[in-house]
Design a protein around this ligand. Structure first.
Ligand code: SF4
Length: 425
């Protein structure tokens, strides 16, 4: 009967395993890096904002304060009058400080929201001011902020609890976007997957291009991440500049959450996965994590077991342990019973299966066997039928021990098959 699993299916399973291993390795490589990344992008954002503010208070042609004479406020081109420009005094290269500040801010915002929520990049780009909502806990009456994530791949919306860190980032974004009337501009976005224009919404990820407000696109988001990574100078194992895709933050989020004790089924709900297998597929398991889990298991078991089982043995106990091995020596071999266990065969070692016969005692065993044969003849001759069975068992035991010695000796022999001289006929 042919195997129901086709070759194609087997190779796909192998491909899936290899892909999972590659993605896990990628996640493990990036898992320790977010603190460095966050610190760098936050510093970059603050520096760019301070430089822009300083340039805006400088007259065109003057040196910008706190730049050690390296930057001069430039006259803005007519086509870009709304931007603040600077010129490097050494090379004459022109830089748009407005563009640099915008890029630094949105790289910071995107990285923070991605790492704190674990949402997909298309979900990030669809976040609006209306996504921030609140919920009153029925038990305590406390009001907690929630982030409503629009339906995406699984076609079901979900709510995420907004942490203090995430609330800070969201309020920074909203403060930046609010216009003179306190409202966030409405912008239309293009859904690249559905290939439709969405109606104008107060999107949280939008920026000014010229005189327009435009939504970020997936490509623009990817460029933001690439440029932010370039500033950190982080490299991968091969020495190449490290690249983070939005999905890397999602994988890191799941791995980090589960490693810190979040139950996988809760992580599944937070990530919006239909199946728990998908969530666990995102999680990159560490060998170190396995070791830690095993150590934690031993610690837990020790905590629940009587403590005297884990104390250091006393001198007397240690001597008794060593003496056990000395006392195992008997006349025809070695007793192999476990430490602290009593002799269960009333020291009838010839009959006992725990005896390991000593080849050096072959003669003694043959003598015992011969005596037992003589004894058997005697009990049969005298009609001592009550002893026949006992002598027969002892005789079988003695022959078995002799056979063991013979077998061990035979297995230790190596026949070299010495050559012989052929004689002429
Ligand atoms: S009878 Fe068996 S268990 Fe007892 S001392 Fe002899 S070999 Fe050990």
């Amino acid at each position: 009967m042919p195997c129901p699993i086709s070759d194609e299916e087997i190779s796909k399973a192998k491909d899936r395993t290899h892909r999972k291993a590659r993605m896990d390795q990628r996640t493990r490589e990036r898992l320790p890096l977010p603190p460095v990344l966050i610190e760098t992008v936050d510093r970059r954002r603050r520096t760019a904002a301070e430089l822009l503010a300083a340039a805006e208070h400088t007259r065109p042609g003057d040196l910008i304060p706190d730049t050690a004479g390296t930057l001069r406020r430039a006259v803005a081109p007519k086509t870009a009058w709304h931007l603040t420009w600077a010129e490097e005094t050494s090379t004459g290269r022109r830089r748009s400080l407005t563009f640099e500040e915008t890029e630094a801010f949105w790289a910071f915002a995107a990285i923070e929201v991605l790492r704190l929520t674990g949402i997909r990049n298309e979900e990030l780009l669809e976040l609006t001011h209306h996504s921030i909502t609140e919920y009153r806990l029925p038990s305590t009456g406390e009001v907690v902020p929630l982030l409503q994530v629009a339906p995406c791949q699984t076609d079901s919306e979900r709510l995420l609890l907004v942490s203090q860190e995430l609330a800070d980032v969201l309020s920074t974004i909203i403060r930046r976007l609010r216009g003179g009337n306190g409202a966030i501009p409405l912008v239309a976005s293009y859904d690249v997957h559905e290939r439709v224009w969405n109606p104008p919404m107060p999107l949280l990820f939008q920026r000014d291009i010229g005189t327009e407000h435009r939504a970020f696109t997936p490509t623009a988001l990817r460029k933001l991440l690439i440029n932010a990574l370039a500033v950190t100078c982080l490299t991968d194992a091969g020495g190449e500049p490290l690249v983070f895709f939005p999905y890397d933050f999602r994988r890191i989020f799941v791995t980090d959450a589960i490693m810190n004790g979040l139950p996988p089924h809760i992580a599944q709900v937070i990530c919006g996965h239909r199946s728990l297998d998908t969530t666990m597929g995102y999680k990159a398991i560490y060998p170190a994590e396995t070791i830690e889990a095993h150590r934690a298991f031993i610690a837990r078991r020790r905590a629940t077991r009587p403590s005297e089982e884990y104390r250091t043995p006393t001198e007397e106990e240690w001597d008794a342990f060593l003496a056990h091995f000395e006392k195992r020596k008997v006349s025809i071999g070695t007793c192999a019973r476990a430490f602290s266990s009593p002799c269960v065969h009333e020291h009838a070692c010839v009959r006992c299966s725990l005896l390991r016969p000593d080849p050096a005692q072959l003669g003694r065993l043959e003598e015992i066997r011969d005596n037992l044969i003589a004894r058997m003849a005697e009990v049969e001759r005298e009609g001592w039928l009550g002893e026949v069975e006992g002598v027969r068992v002892s005789l079988a035991g003695a022959e078995d021990k002799l056979a063991q010695i013979t077998r061990r000796a035979a297995s230790a022999l190596v026949t070299l098959a010495m050559p012989t001289l052929r004689t002429e006929p």
